[in-house]
Design a protein. Structure first.
Length: 344
């Protein structure tokens, strides 16, 4: 199929685009290449995608409707996977307008263009953060998600709601998926696995926020497998798969958790990274930050009912794969610097 992926140079978008290309699809990638974290990492991901004949790329900001329209018209997508967003819970406390611009205005633009393209299926990324102050665990798709604790969470919930209205008004089949603490090779430097691993490997202390924090760490290739399986499963109004289905009563729209459904302590992540690197961490304990919650994990029954699949990579396996990749990435970057110095 012809598939358009926004955020294709990002962590998850890169892995998804690479998998779709391997499966034989034509992929158009869109990314604004913003400097939220080191653009060199995005360029390195993009370089690996552009080596595929079936891949084309447009550097476009979601807010630029004219450029985004041109990219959509060139791609003529049958499926749209909207992953681009301003990410990060903590950064939303510092720069809230970035979340309004990318996650509200940008998502609106994508909805308009998916409608115009008459996409067979629109899939868009949301987050477990939308569950906010909910005290029920695990988080299930039918639970209320009306009390977000950060603007990031509120902006992603707003994207879900906007997509539901478009699905209802324009009969646009839509799946919103809620991610749970995704990690793995080519990950984001602002997330705890990278921050911990980099500091431990360099012999620097790590900062640990909160004393009893649990997360549903989801390995990125497991996440991609779930998305790939959801792509052909465009929601159909009036055809729920069971009582756990979040299928809308008035639209071909549903929301799906993607997580292992098995929370682990943050300290277990640290220990898995220590084991993978063969080094112990010096820990600095700090209070839990504003907007954080002590425990998140997914109810995975709906994903299983739809796809017959649940993420299964263990934290030990995932941490080892990430740490091995991180060391290679830094070694390659250092070698490139030495080569440039020698040439100059």
């Amino acid at each position: 199929m012809r598939i358009l992926v926004t955020g294709a140079a990002g962590f998850i978008g890169f892995h998804l685009a690479r998998r779709l290309l391997a499966d034989g699809h034509e992929v158009t990638g869109i990314d604004g290449m913003t400097p939220y974290y080191d653009p060199a990492l995005k360029q390195a991901r993009l370089a690996r995608l552009t080596s595929h004949n079936g891949f084309s790329f447009e550097q476009v900001m979601l807010q630029d409707m004219a450029a985004l329209t041109a990219a959509f018209e060139q791609a003529n997508p049958e499926v749209v996977v909207h992953l681009a967003a301003q990410a990060g819970v903590r950064y939303s406390l510092e720069n809230p307008r970035a979340y309004v611009d990318a996650n509200l205005v940008g998502t609106f633009n994508v909805l308009e263009l998916a409608k115009a393209a008459k996409a067979r299926h629109l899939l868009l990324a949301s987050t477990s953060s939308v569950y906010g102050a909910s005290e029920k665990r695990p988080f299930d798709e039918l639970d209320r998600a009306d009390y977000p604790l950060t603007l990031y969470a509120a902006s992603k919930k707003a994207g879900e709601l906007m997509s539901h209205s478009y699905s209802h008004l324009w009969d646009l089949p839509t799946t919103a998926f809620r991610f749970f603490t995704v990690y793995g090779p080519w990950g984001r430097p602002d997330m705890s696995p990278w921050r911990f691993a980099e500091a431990i490997d360099a012999g620097r202390p790590i900062e640990v926020y909160g004393t009893d924090i649990w997360r549903d760490f989801t390995y990125v290739e497991d996440l991609v497998e779930a998305i790939v399986r959801l792509i052909p499963l465009a929601p159909q109004k009036g055809a729920p798969v069971g009582p756990m289905d979040s299928l809308s009563p008035v639209a071909p729209w549903r929301v799906v958790n993607i997580g292992r459904g098995e929370p682990v302590r943050l300290t277990d992540l640290i220990e898995a990274i220590e084991a993978a690197l063969g080094r112990k961490a010096e820990r600095r304990q700090l209070p839990m930050q504003a907007g954080d919650v002590p425990l998140t994990f997914a109810g995975a029954e709906l994903l299983d009912a739809l796809t017959g699949y649940r993420p299964s990579t263990s934290l030990t396996e995932g941490a080892a794969a990430f740490c091995a990749w991180m060391r290679r990435y830094h070694a390659d970057a250092a070698a490139a610097v030495r080569e440039n110095l020698a040439v100059s």
